[in-house]
Design a protein around this ligand. Structure first.
Ligand SMILES: Nc1ncnc2c1ncn2[C@@H]1O[C@H](COP(=O)(O)OP(=O)(O)O)[C@@H](O)[C@H]1O
Ligand SMILES: [Mg+2]
Length: 246
């Protein structure tokens, strides 16, 4: 099983949005996928509750609310069949809590928003992550996503500086768009949102998906670079929508 964690101590930077989107990419690609929610707010677990039963299923694991009769380790066990586990995390993690989360991940995605406030708030988190990574990494990978970027502005430069100092790669840039809220409300990931206005966003995801898949062999032959044109919502018998776009 490969574990991908979405982590940043700053709240509201897009952890849940990105964790749910990543879970959909893997589920759509035929992987047995689980989504574990470490956030007491339970947003990704709630999103899974709204997800349609006809969509590729994602197993929900609530890491916060204890279930009576289950030991902690059994509650967090996703089953031997799980191939990819995505972990959504709460805001405000540092110290021992951060280290406990860090140990669970094979790949860590850090979303950062380009506002000055967010960047300042993320600086100490990046410093802590750099220390943890230098101390022990065991093949772990850490990548940064610049989220809610207003394209055609210079806001990306400050994120580029921050990641260069930390030594982590910037694996993708996502624009600020309502499409993410629309997908969340419908229990979908951005790869499943079949609206003309979201093609650009799926294109922005391509380098992120490529980076994530570097450590996880694809199940299917290379996916087509353009949407097939079939639409799950118009024809439920159509082949599953592929995620990659031109
Ligand atoms: N790229 C984006 N464009 C527009 N809104 C976004 C984007 N990413 C996240 N959001 C919105 O920002 C808010 C916070 O996102 P969320 O994923 O809940 O952050 P976190 O889990 O880090 O607290 C949500 O309302 C979400 O819809
Ligand atoms: Mg969240």
């Amino acid at each position: 099983m490969h574990t991908i964690m979405v982590l940043n101590a700053k709240g509201g930077c897009g952890k849940t949005t990105i964790a749910t989107a990543i879970a959909c990419y893997f589920a759509e690609s035929g992987f047995n996928t689980a989504l574990m929610d470490f956030d007491p707010q339970g947003s990704s677990a709630r999103w899974l509750d709204t997800r349609g039963k006809d969509l590729p299923q994602i197993k929900s694991i609530d890491a916060v609310r204890p279930k009576s009769g289950l030991t902690r380790s059994y509650q967090l066990y996703s089953g031997a069949e799980t191939e990819v586990m995505i972990i959504d995390t709460p805001a405000g993690v540092h110290g021992g809590h951060l280290m406990d989360l860090y140990r669970r991940a094979d790949t860590i995605i850090i979303p950062v928003m380009p506002s000055i406030i967010d960047l300042h708030a993320s600086e100490s988190f990046f410093a802590e992550m750099t220390r943890l990574f230098k101390r022990s990494n065991h093949g772990k990978r850490i990548g940064v996503i610049a989220n809610r970027v207003r394209l055609k502005t210079r806001s990306l430069e400050s994120i580029e500086r921050l990641v260069a100092e930390a030594g982590f790669p910037l694996v993708g840039t996502l624009r600020d768009t309502q499409n993410y809220a629309v997908a969340m409300e419908a229990g979908l990931g951005i790869c499943e949102l079949r609206t003309g206005g979201s093609i650009k966003d799926r294109r922005h995801w391509q380098p992120i998906v490529d980076w994530l898949f570097q450590e996880i062999p694809r199940k299917e032959p290379e996916l087509p670079l353009v949407d097939s044109g079939t639409d799950r919502w118009q024809d439920s018998k159509s082949t599953p929508a592929k995620y990659a776009v031109s």
